[in-house]
Design a binder for this molecule. Sequence first.
Ligand SMILES: C[S@@+](CC[C@H](N)C(=O)[O-])C[C@H]1O[C@@H](n2cnc3c(N)ncnc32)[C@H](O)[C@@H]1O
Length: 226
Amino acid sequence: MKPIQKDPNESDFYMQLAKQLAKPSGAEGIQIGLDMNTSNKSLFENTLVELNPESEQYILEIGPGNGKHVASMLLNKKHIHYVGLDISETMVQEAQKNLEQYSYISKALFRHYNGETIPCDNNFFDSIFTINTIYFWKKPKEFLDELARVLKPNGKLLLCFGLKEYLEKMPFTEYGFTLYSQTDLENLVAQSQFKIKHFKVLQDSITQRDGNTYTREYAIVELGKK
Ligand SMILES: C[S@@+](CC[C@H](N)C(=O)[O-])C[C@H]1O[C@@H](n2cnc3c(N)ncnc32)[C@H](O)[C@@H]1O
């Protein structure tokens, strides 16, 4: 793969960056994964607050990247069974390597899959969460319904994503990202087997690759089955 260009003003740079964010691969993908650990830390922490897994639970994460956050999530939570599914083989390999460093983690696994069909029985998971992946779903309504299939009847799905109003200012999102405003998301969910239970908008500050610091507006949306 061609290396990411040094000059962030080049459209090739942003195209390559967008491709790596959608599906990190090779050495560049590994670096992007590490960068996301820092830049998306607050999104993960705030999603975890909403997830609040107290009892024995089966939890699915869609698109965990290198999975570094999972160690902190599972610390002192021996009752949680965690599964992370990602379309990037590079990220799954990194996540498995990261996991091996933590001897206390016995109920977590990372798997590669095709991004459409969850390799799992119906009504299996108590909770599902996903951070910064909705932009890349090829068939969003069908994918939501696939998540509904593997979620227990009273289970919750948490979607965390940057809002369109913020992300459309980022030069990389014109390359293959589908962006959602609150209304876009509501329209999508209305077509699916889910209903919105809670829509929370949060803000933080993030320095992007162009060196500028932006106020990032993102949503954490709790969905339940209709
Ligand atoms: C922008 S990164 C976000 C990683 C991490 N969740 C975070 O917020 O830092 C997107 C990740 O989702 C994965 N991904 C993209 N589409 C996916 C899909 N349909 N199912 C599962 N993973 C997907 C990518 O391979 C990548 O690891």
